[in-house]
Design a protein around this ligand. Structure first.
Ligand SMILES: O=P(O)(O)O[C@@H]1[C@@H](OP(=O)(O)O)[C@H](OP(=O)(O)O)[C@H](O)[C@H](OP(=O)(O)O)[C@H]1OP(=O)(O)O
Ligand SMILES: Nc1ncnc2c1ncn2[C@@H]1O[C@H](COP(=O)(O)OP(=O)(O)OP(=O)(O)O)[C@@H](O)[C@H]1O
Length: 479
């Protein structure tokens, strides 16, 4: 293929979500992210371009600031800076006339570069960790929300509605704990029940996880087979269930190591909400089992401040009031907009997501002075927090070259060889203002379902457990 020329055959389906469809180039380390728009909502090309620009600006002016520039790839701005991408861009515009607009981004399942694919194997793990804290807001009315995290409660509704077949043992609070044992448990649980929270790619191709019809039918044994070139089992076994276990354990350890690693570059750390709320979710099977053994689950080693999980958690905690405290403030903004619809632009509801927008997000006060300005700040912070609660982390791993000095990337030790790695965040599109009423309804639905069904069942079981303990005490007395 001639360099810079758009040939449809060179592009293959890569993945999709509700908002976008992603195609990857066979040779180059780039993807095109096409935005999906509902066909009934016809947009002019100016509107589409503005939407695209807003996505790029939000990544550049807000998320890069919060998460650090090493982790966030905005893509399109690069598109216009290099001559190569400049030619590429013209092709994209042609393509866009047929399919809609697209953003060109580095293919994060390969390496963090626009260059042609390298010939060394690359493994990529994509994790959607979801919300890593329990709400601490005094506006929360459902007591259950102070004890069980949203992900764990939501699991029950998802299984009941048929979205997934089985309740996952994964709890985001375990992954965000910084405690290696809890993190290992969380990652193993994700591997057992991937749902839409874990995907693994090898040389850019999906080999594990996904959850939809395109999912490759792989089990842990197949996965271990794929992983062997990266992790030679330290027990020396080349096959069998023990080898599978050893390889998977190695993967879990490497991912934990990478997630706890810190990137020093960038102007991150501007946001300092105090990490608050319970550190353990009562529904997590890990803490339940420790509880049963009478061990303390609240101890945790904490996340290093420079790591991506810590930074993501801080952005998630911009949800200071919880949807229950936020919803009345959303209604205040709504009432104001009904009266002054022309103010929507000034309030920057739909952008631009510039420096002014960013600066307002830094005001962490929760003292309501009754103004629209206060309500608006909390609404915008909530949207940013929701974005961080739904983003994904991509970890790319590749064996180091013999001449490791030529490799600029950080390195994680593994049993077979050292692995160069990169960590990036994706799906950082700001959540729409309009989704707030939906969030409010969904929140009650999740908590009510959990309280009525699961917790009621737990209560019915609990007296039996206490009985067990009483019996035990009696036996001891008798002896
Ligand atoms: O509300 P949640 O927690 O279920 O999150 C939605 C995700 O469901 P999940 O629970 O991760 O399976 C949901 O994921 P799926 O499409 O189910 O894979 C979307 O990411 C959705 O975002 P958007 O509305 O497309 O911008 C997500 O909606 P937002 O709440 O982030 O707007
Ligand atoms: N830069 C990238 N490099 C490699 N793969 C990518 C890249 N961007 C997206 N993908 C893949 O495409 C999938 C869909 O992309 P994305 O999450 O951006 O879609 P979305 O429509 O915004 O998702 P959602 O429904 O969660 O809002 C991702 O889960 C990921 O596997």
């Amino acid at each position: 293929m001639e360099e810079g020329k758009m040939d449809e055959n060179e592009w293959g389906y890569h993945g999709e979500g509700n908002k976008s469809l992603v195609v990857a180039h066979a040779q180059r380390c780039v993807v095109l992210r096409f935005l999906k728009f509902p066909p009934n909502r016809k947009k002019t090309s100016e509107e589409i371009f503005e939407h695209l620009q807003n996505i790029v600006d939000f990544g550049k002016n807000v998320m890069k600031e919060f998460l650090g520039e090493n982790y966030v790839h905005c893509g399109v701005s690069d598109l216009f800076t290099s001559q190569f991408m400049g030619r590429f861009c013209i092709d994209i515009i042609l393509c866009a006339q047929r399919y809609g607009y697209a953003m060109c981004l580095p293919n994060l399942t390969r390496l963090q570069t626009y260059h042609f694919a390298e010939h060394r194997p690359i493994l990529c793990v994509e994790i959607k960790p979801k919300c890593g804290f329990i709400p601490f807001s005094s506006d929360v009315t459902h007591e259950m929300k102070h004890r069980v995290c949203r992900y764990c409660m939501h699991q029950h509704l998802k299984v009941a509605s048929g979205k997934w077949k089985k309740i996952s043992k994964y709890c985001p609070l375990d992954l965000y704990s910084g405690n290696k044992q809890r993190m290992h448990f969380a990652l193993k649980s994700l591997l057992q029940e991937t749902q839409n929270n874990l995907r693994i790619f090898k040389n850019g191709e999906l080999i594990y996880g996904c959850g939809d019809a395109r999912s490759p039918a792989a089990d842990l044994k197949d996965l271990a087979h794929h992983l062997k070139p990266f992790f030679f089992p330290s027990n020396g076994l080349a096959s069998g269930p023990q080898c599978t276990r050893a390889v998977i354990r190695e993967l879990v350890h490497v991912i934990t190591w990478v997630l706890l690693s810190s990137s020093e570059k960038g102007r991150a750390g501007t946001l300092r909400p105090r990490l608050r709320g319970p550190r353990v979710c009562e529904a997590s099977p890990f803490s339940r089992s420790l509880n049963r053994q009478g061990k303390n689950t609240s101890e945790h080693s904490g996340l290093p401040k420079g790591c991506l999980l810590y930074k993501t958690l801080q952005v998630q905690m911009l949800d200071l009031l919880d949807i229950e405290g936020l919803y009345p403030l959303y209604n205040r903004v709504e009432r104001y907009l009904e009266e002054f619809p022309e103010e929507r632009k000034t309030l920057q509801i739909d952008g631009p997501y510039d420096e002014v927008f960013y600066q307002k997000l830094l005001d962490l006060s929760t003292e309501d002075d009754g103004t629209v300005a206060f309500a608006l700040t909390k609404v915008q912070q909530y949207r940013v927090a929701m974005t961080a609660k739904d983003c994904s982390i991509m970890i790319a791993l590749s064996p180091c070259l013999q001449d490791a000095s030529s490799d600029q990337r950080p390195v994680v030790p593994s049993s077979r060889s050292r692995l160069a790695f990169s960590v990036s965040v994706l799906d950082l599109d700001l959540k729409p203002y309009e989704s707030i009423p939906h969030q409010h309804k969904l929140d009650s639905k999740i908590v009510n379902y959990y309280s009525k069904t699961v917790h009621a069942k737990d209560d019915a079981v609990r007296p039996a457990r206490f009985k067990e303990r009483d019996d035990c005490t009696l036996v001891l007395h008798k002896v």
